[in-house]
Structure formats: C-alpha cells, structure tokens
Design a protein around this ligand. Structure first.
Ligand SMILES: C[S@@+](CC[C@H](N)C(=O)[O-])C[C@H]1O[C@@H](n2cnc3c(N)ncnc32)[C@H](O)[C@@H]1O
Length: 267
C-alpha cells in the first residue's frame, strides 16, 4: 500500500485471526476501534447468522465488514466509504485474508451503493460528519433493506442522546436492541411499514435527487456542547407511518444526501 501503510492490526473472529493493514490517515489506525468491536459482539449471536447480504457503510480499512464476512461462509459483504484510501485498504485486506464475496467501492453515504435487499447494514457512524449527514446515514438505508433487514450502528457516547432522538422521532423506525457503555452506544433497528423494504428504490440508476427536507430532530454537534432540539413528539397514525416509510424508501440514498454533497470522495 505504498507510502500510506502504517502497520498491521489483528481482529479475532469466528475462530480465526484477521490481519488488517492500516494506513496512518484512516480511522483507528493504532488498533481496531473499541466501538467497532462492541458492535461486532452485538451481532455475534446465532439470530444474525442468516443475514447473508451485508452493507458496511463507512468501512474504513474494513474491520466490520470483513469480520462479518469471515463469520459466515456464504455471506456477501459490500464495503463502502467516501474515502478512496479506505476503499483500497478494505479491498486489499479482503484479498490478504482470502475473503471472497467482498465488494469494496466508493460511495458517499448510500448514494452509490450497488445492491439492494440488504439483510444487515452496519456502521460505526462517523461522529465528525455533522448532524445532517449523521441523520442521513442513520435513516437513508430504509429503501435498501430486505424485508426483516436490520441496521446496526455504533456511535460515541456524546451522540447517544441525539441518535436516540433521531431514531425515536422517525416514524417507522423500531429500535430492537440497545447497548451502552461509558464510551459507546449501539443501536439495532428496523424500518416498519410498506415502504421500508421496497428494494432498490433510491440508489438505482433512475433515482432522482430531491432537495432534502429539514429534519425535525437533529443530531447533536460533537464537541460544541450543543444538544439536538427534540420537538414534542406525536405518535404518528398508521397511515402516516406508511406514507413516511414510503417517502424514506423512495427518497433512498441518492436523494437523501444533499447535505453531504460538499465533500467528495478522495479518489
Ligand atoms: C468511525 S469511522 C469507521 C471505520 C470502520 N468502519 C471501523 O469501524 O474502523 C467512519 C468512516 O466513515 C467514513 N465516512 C464518513 N462520512 C462518510 C460518508 N458520508 N459516506 C461514506 N463514508 C463516510 C469515513 O471515511 C470513515 O472511514
């Protein structure tokens, strides 16, 4: 990996040891992040073993996606990141660990994800991305999930309250698992409603872009001591859940990343 290479870190998963090459510039280059390991532990149960098609959103050098690939023989994993160096390292690490069924490529949010019908979307959410982007990373995958598909994310502790507010304030989102430590919080959630598993609605070739509607619940800005404002919540009617779920699905990733457009993949 030329001048970017820093060191090799290890990650034990499913009785084998992955050796992952890391670059100085990539997230958690000293060792696999504690939050990443925590998220993996929450997905280690047999109930997740059958989740075959997996998306690792913001893959870095690949610890989440590659560990999940190594844990299940017939799994197919897409690893995406906005950073071309991360994509290159994920690809290299898949090959170095002889993991097939791995697709690593650049995507800004969900915008360029090349498949749909994911059984699982995982992400160690980039805290520095800022509230609008974080909200889109949290909610923008609705249209890419298979029926029964799960999103599993880890965030740093300062974002726990605002991420909770986003998930609980989004009609159609059902949080099915939470775990918090002093430093991290993990959420597993699903999208309910008719549009929540609508397949490749968003990122397909024909997906148009719409101006993003201002979210009503915002993620806290890290490091500025600002809490997201949480407007009074009203329980949505079932009809509204359906409408918003369909909107989420059809908006999809391409349409949901307007605020991210300022940052381009480092290609
Ligand atoms: C917290 S790191 C996690 C990296 C890796 N998954 C891990 O667990 O070590 C977040 C990653 O998300 C990527 N990222 C940030 N914003 C993104 C965006 N809008 N779309 C795609 N990737 C993004 C960053 O480049 C970074 O690699």
């Amino acid at each position: 990996m030329g001048p970017h290479f820093k060191k090799t870190v290890t990650l034990d998963v499913g009785g084998r040891r992955l050796e992952l090459r890391v670059a100085q510039d990539l997230f958690s280059s000293h060792e696999v992040d504690v939050g990443t390991r925590l998220l993996l532990r929450t997905l280690a149960g047999p109930e997740h073993g059958a989740r075959r098609l997996v998306l690792d959103l913001g893959c870095g050098y690949g610890p989440l996606g590659l560990a999940l690939r190594a844990a299940a023989a017939d799994r197919v994993v897409h690893l995406v990141d906005r950073d071309a160096l991360a994509v290159a390292y994920s690809r290299e690490n898949a090959a170095a660990n002889r993991l097939d069924g791995v697709e690593a490529y650049a995507s800004l949010g969900y915008a360029d994800v090349r498949a749909a019908g994911f059984d699982l979307v995982v992400s160690n959410i980039p805290a520095k991305a800022g509230p609008p982007v974080i909200e889109r990373l949290l909610l923008g995958g609705a249209g890419l999930l298979a029926p029964g598909g799960l999103v599993a994310v880890v965030v740093i502790a300062p974002l726990r309250a605002s991420v909770t507010a986003v998930l609980e304030g989004a009609p159609g989102v059902e949080v099915v698992f939470r775990r918090a430590t002093a430093s991290y919080a993990v959420f597993h959630y699903r999208f309910r409603g008719p549009g929540s598993a609508a397949g490749p609605a968003g990122p397909g070739p024909g997906g148009g872009r719409r101006r993003h509607q201002a979210p009503r619940v915002r993620v806290a800005r890290v490091g500025r001591g600002r809490r997201g404002s949480t407007p009074p919540r009203r329980r949505p009617s079932p009809a509204r859940v359906g409408v918003v779920s369909r909107r989420l699905a059809s908006r999809g990733a391409r349409e949901a990343t307007a605020a991210q457009r300022g940052s381009q993949p480092r290609l």
